[in-house]
Design a protein around this ligand. Sequence first.
Ligand code: HEM
Length: 185
Amino acid sequence: MSNRLFVFTGGTSGPWRVISARTLAGEGLQEVGRLHVRGADESPPAGASQWSLQGITSNERYVERAEKEQLVARQEGLARPEASCAALIPIRKSAAWWALTQDERRHILEEQSHHIRIGLEYLPAIARRLHHCRDLTQPEPFDFLTWFEFAPEHGNAFDLLLERLRASPEWQYVDREVDIRLTRD
Ligand code: HEM
């Protein structure tokens, strides 16, 4: 499992410089200047840190075959040289969301909110990695750590994507969300 476990550390070191941090729901996170992202088996950053969030990549829960084919055909990987902008958006969903069944959650995520259909419109410009936090043995403050990388010219498209998703029924179940924007110096 360890190569699926990632640690995001907010503090004074790391290649990503924080350009903004906005709390959209629930409690915020302490302000930091830099972000360090690593696999759990790599060494932690040298400088002082204010917080550390962990999550694991996992199998998909909701994607159907036809959607998967479109995603695989269009999506790009992380660490593209031109993708000097990033966003870390930790998200927690409410108890009401987790009380739903798998098919009810899929219905809200896609049939009602079109999360995947909308997201596909922004590929390949936006690269992403979804980390899950709920099943870690150590309790984590968020359910998901979402990570996105893009070139500066796609920043406006990324904002529009977020506006569309946040207006959807799925987001009524988001009870904590912090939007941290970064640039690689
Ligand atoms: C889940 C696609 C952008 C937040 C998913 C899933 C897909 C997807 C396919 C379902 C994974 C599964 O089956 O388990 C995309 C695409 C995007 C995009 C193609 C375009 C860049 C975003 C954005 C956010 C976001 C901007 C906002 C932070 C999430 C969250 C989940 C998720 C929190 C987990 C939902 C849950 O399991 O309850 N996304 N997404 N996504 N996405 Fe996105």
